[in-house]
Design a protein around this ligand. Structure first.
Ligand SMILES: Cc1ncc(COP(=O)(O)O)c(C=O)c1O
Length: 380
């Protein structure tokens, strides 16, 4: 069935974090990473059926969901995952925070790219661990992480390498040789790797494939935690269905002991939604990817035509990392907000010269945003 991604659905009175932020002010909410698309019918129907049952006691991950995850990893990535490796979580951010606390001691630290999705930074800060940052550098049309430049700064007390693939905010989908370089770095410095792969299904660049870090080799598998969720792909972030795949028993025990009694089990409706999404959501996803690819192409073309702005087309995600530093305004995010555009401020990710544009929305909204951007820049 064809899905109507062009449809503008009013989210202002639906308890949406994204749409509540600006209330009735004329500011387009293009920030937090959910989309304005209705989820696929397979999810909505599965939820309706579960709600009709009428009993909502404590849940437990259904065998069907476990099977769907294992089959997905095997079919897509030739990665053989065992059921006991799966740790279900109510959110990927919980997984990032647990990983920092489980795998580093008080005087030890983490390594993460910069710029990066803000919870990578706060996970270290909240646990009072230090963090070294590997600079993402733009090479041609891609943002790549310069781990090697970090080598002289290492103290020997770094224990956890935090990866984001596809990368938020840069949209990089790492190639095998790039992942292998990350693995060699982790091996040289004896690091555990936490790989956040929440955006792994949103691949926009033709021919580019996602490769789970853990699938690289037996060693990569044994030193890693992979974080996954259907929440970005199928727009069900508000339900909070996520999981960690932790092949090594020792790491899994450490992870679970930090989680225990603090991080709750997954909501029963989230389990239903995740199962339906991963089992039956692919036809809808294919259509969504075509739609997002069009948005991305339009945005990249038009942003790069505006003097003072530049954008490397994201290979994955529905997020565009726009360099606005040449505008020479004190805060690009505040500047654009005054012109009716609600972007995520680059400062939160580690670079104040940028804004992040969430283009997971009807194209008419992207076009309206582009008109506002042009008129904002022309006003300078
Ligand atoms: C890289 C990355 N990880 C995690 C999350 C959020 O995960 P969750 O809502 O499951 O905590 C996001 C949302 O934007 C993200 O981009």
């Amino acid at each position: 069935m064809a899905c109507n991604f062009d449809q503008r659905i009013d989210r202002r009175h639906s308890d949406s974090l994204k749409w509540q932020k600006y209330g009735d002010r004329d500011i387009l909410p293009l920030w937090v990473a959910d989309t304005d698309f209705r989820s696929p019918d397979c999810i909505i129907n599965a939820l309706k059926q579960r709600v009709e049952h009428g009993i909502f006691g404590y849940g437990s991950p259904p065998t069907e969901l476990i099977d769907v995850v294992i089959t997905r990893m095997a079919d897509r990535y030739q990665w053989q995952v065992e059921p006991e490796w799966l740790v279900f979580l109510p959110g990927v951010v919980s997984g990032l925070n647990i990983a920092v606390r489980a795998f580093t001691a008080q005087d030890q630290g983490t390594i993460a790219p910069t710029p990066i999705y803000p919870p990578f930074r706060t996970a270290a800060k909240l646990a009072h661990r230090f963090q070294l940052n590997a600079q993402m550098r733009r090479q041609e049309q891609r943002w790549l992480m310069d781990l090697d430049a970090l080598e002289p700064q290492l103290t020997g007390r770094e224990k956890l390498l935090m990866l984001c693939n596809p990368h938020n905010p840069g949209g990089t989908v790492y190639r095998r040789n790039e992942l292998e370089n990350q693995l060699r770095f982790a091996q040289r410095h004896d690091l555990i790797v936490c790989s956040d792969e929440i955006h792994c299904d949103i691949l926009l660049e033709p021919g580019v494939k996602h490769i789970p870090f853990a699938s690289l080799s037996e060693d990569a598998q044994q030193r890693s935690v992979t974080l996954l969720s259907p929440s970005k792909t199928f727009n069900i972030a508000g339900l909070g269905a996520s999981l960690a795949i932790i092949p090594d028993k020792g790491l899994r025990t450490r992870f679970n002991s930090v989680r225990q009694g603090i991080v709750p089990t997954v909501d029963i409706l989230a389990l239903v939604a995740a199962t339906a999404a991963w089992k039956d959501g692919q036809p809808w996803l294919n259509q969504q990817l075509d739609y997002l690819r069009n948005n991305r192409d339009l945005l990249t073309r038009q942003i790069n035509a505006v003097s003072g702005l530049s954008l490397a087309a994201p290979e994955g995600t529905y997020l565009a990392w726009i360099n606005a530093s040449a505008l020479n305004v004190a805060s690009p995010a505040l500047f654009f907000e005054r012109h009716g555009l609600g972007f995520s401020p680059g400062r939160d990710f580690g670079d104040d010269g940028f804004v992040r544009f969430n283009f997971g929305c009807p194209q008419s909204l992207v076009k309206e945003a582009l008109r506002r951007i042009e008129s904002a820049v022309n006003s300078l």
